[in-house]
Ligand binder design. Sequence first.
Ligand code: ADP
Ligand code: MG
Length: 241
Amino acid sequence: MIIDVTDLHKSFGDHEVLAGINCSVAEQEVVCVIGPSGSGKSTFLRCLNLLEEVTSGEVVIDGHSLTDRRVKIDAVRAEIGMVFQQFNLFPHKSVIENIMLAPMKVRRLSKAAARDRGRALLKKVGLEEKENAYPGSLSGGQQQRVAIARALAMEPKIMLFDEPTSSLDPELVGEVLAVMKNLALEGMTMVVVTHEMGFAREVGDRVLFMDGGVLVEEGSPQEIFDNPQHERTQAFLNKVL
Ligand code: ADP
Ligand code: MG
């Protein structure tokens, strides 16, 4: 298991947002997380790469316990790529510069090597001709594909996606999901918070349904979408499908 979460609790003040999550993810697995707004999906993802400090419980990433004081958090974090709803590209840097930045700074790659890697990744996400463009001149779908390439430039072992298509116009959603699907087919380990039930059904190996800070139900896409066991899962799916 490349991700192993045991009894994860997270509170903000006296508001308990995650109330004991147990979950593990195997290498090369694609896990889609669904659930209503406010159920703790983003907080859960953020705990996986320590963007949030956990209140209690354990998160083990690739054998490193994130709550162990001796763990090199930055090294573990560098193994995890994250893509958010907002693309967070640097507006004053070109597309290729956005992608080259972290590998040069964190991985100590030479400029030439970072550029080569960036070009290969732009090709992978179908944007090789946008190398010198600035983010502001790109569509939302293109910007999100750059953000995915930027995350991949660190050669992460795990990719976390938090509603990567939620801010996009409907006609741009497909191009981003296609890039994510290819990544899944290549064997990337992925945890994807999404409202795209078609993607979860087609690409997900497993679907987790969260509500009220707990993992209510998990199973194969067929189990969750065609035969949900819990009333809360059924009620949620009735609203969104
Ligand atoms: P989801 O992604 O499922 O919509 P979130 O993880 O964003 O849910 O939020 C779960 C709950 O935690 C919400 O009630 C939200 O207001 C609260 N929350 C999230 N982040 C913070 C924070 N930094 N401080 C206080 N409350 C927060
Ligand atoms: Mg969220």
